[in-house]
Design a protein around this ligand. Structure first.
Ligand code: MN
Length: 422
């Protein structure tokens, strides 16, 4: 039976109908008060299943060397390749089934290996090798282009031919929940020389991260199909952005410090295999992409996304955006294939940011730049507070769920609070 079979049930009762059913099994890194060493687990219902503990008890298959999950990142496991990812997921699924007594009836091991998620502290689950941020939502690129250049030239001439991207910083990708200090940088006031100071137009970008699990060799280009198979999984991503710093610095080489200060990765990496039932066609690509970018199958994903903003000093959050990953013009597989097209080597633990995910309507935009239209149309939140950009004390939380007929696949959250500039 496939690990995606909708009939599967877990003996962990809270799994059924939750964001973390037995068909999900997303990976995370966690520690507890009783064991402060960060190790790898999977979310199941209201719990984390400790893979290091299962390994120690001899319950995991020999496809991975012992101790592979008793470390703070998934990189060594990802490096084993797609057959191991699939084999391990199936083995963990089997151990969690309601009709398998092995773990279910071992009270001592269950006590050790199954921890309430509320008692677990989550950490960054990968060692980020590189971070490339794409710009692949046509709606977002069009909105940003209208604000910068006007509606006639909103999309640059290359946009429909190339998945546009820039090389960003791996060093400042942080775990969900990590506070983010307002960045400082050069800002150019109109009709005055540039100043150096805290950003006044601090924004978020709602994105998905594709996590590269299979490396590619320098000098070797991979196909879109090979790229799809090289993606270990997906997580939420907030690519925090300082619009005023960006506006002054981005000519001619693209964003630099405006996005280098912090990027928040979501709590859980959902295996690409768990998302197979949610693959859909993306928007029609016209003109037809060059042959190396053509897709042999559906490679977008139907994943509902939302963004909550809780203003500093308030206890209530407002949902400011609801959109879907399926709107992306270029898929993650096309992005990855393009990334290797020059012979660029990809590494285990590379993160590909999808680019800001904006849908076709207002309310479906993935940044405050678009939601409040460059500061011209302030958003009104619950309690009457207004926002054009993020203020100190604001808490931003992203969530994602793929909804099927029989179950849903959740991503947990990617959250961060804005602290004053240091
Ligand atoms: Mn971005």
């Amino acid at each position: 039976m496939s690990a995606n079979d909708p009939r599967l049930k877990s003996f962990v009762d809270s799994a059924q109908g939750s964001d973390f059913p037995i068909q999900n099994l997303p990976y995370g890194a966690f520690s507890t008060v009783n064991d402060s060493k960060t190790r790898i687990g999977v979310a199941i219902g209201d719990f984390v299943l400790d893979l290091a503990a299962l390994d120690g008890a001899g319950l995991l298959p020999k496809i991975a060397p012992p101790g592979i999950f008793y470390q703070p990142t998934l990189n060594d496991f990802m490096a084993l390749g797609p057959a191991a990812w699939s084999g391990m997921r199936l083995a963990v699924s089997e151990l969690l089934r309601h009709d398998n007594a092995k773990l279910r009836d071992d009270a001592v091991l269950r006590q050790r290996a199954i921890t309430p998620r509320a008692q677990a502290t989550l950490h960054l689950p990968i060692r980020v090798a590189g971070f490339t941020d794409f710009y692949s939502s046509r709606e977002h690129a069009t909105n940003a282009g209208i604000m910068i250049r006007g509606p006639e030239n909103a999309l640059q001439p290359n946009w429909l031919h190339i998945p546009i991207a820039y090389n960003s910083r791996a060093s400042t990708i942080v775990a969900s929940g990590t506070p983010v200090h307002r960045p400082k940088g050069q800002i150019k006031p109109p009709d005055a020389p540039p100043i150096f100071g805290p950003s006044r137009r601090l924004d978020f970008e709602l994105e998905m991260a594709a996590i590269v699990g299979a490396p590619s060799k320098m000098g070797h280009m991979i196909s879109v199909a090979e790229a799809q198979a090289s993606i270990f999984g997906f997580a939420l991503l907030n690519d925090w952005s300082a619009r005023d710093i960006q506006a002054w610095e981005y000519v001619p080489l693209g964003p630099f410090q405006a996005k280098a200060f912090a990027t928040t990765l979501g709590q859980w990496i959902v295996p690409a295999e768990a998302l197979e039932p949610f693959r859909v066609d993306g928007p029609k690509q016209e003109p037809q992409p060059l042959p190396y970018l053509q897709q042999p199958a559906r490679m977008n994903y139907d994943i509902d996304l939302e963004v909550d903003l809780r203003p500093g000093g308030s206890n209530s959050a407002s949902t400011i955006s609801r959109t879907n990953f399926k709107y992306m013009y270029w898929s993650s597989a096309q992005q990855l294939a393009h990334h290797t097209s020059s012979g660029c080597a990809m590494s285990v633990g590379d993160v590909l940011g999808s680019g800001t995910i904006s849908g076709p309507e207002k309310g479906m935009y993935g940044s405050m730049l678009e939601l409040a239209w460059g500061g011209k149309e302030p958003m009104t939140l619950e309690g009457g507070v207004t926002r054009t950009f993020l203020e100190d004390g604001d808490m931003l939380t992203m969530r994602g769920v793929a909804r099927g007929k029989d179950y849903r696949i959740g991503f947990g959250e990617a959250s961060g609070e804005i602290l004053p500039a240091t």
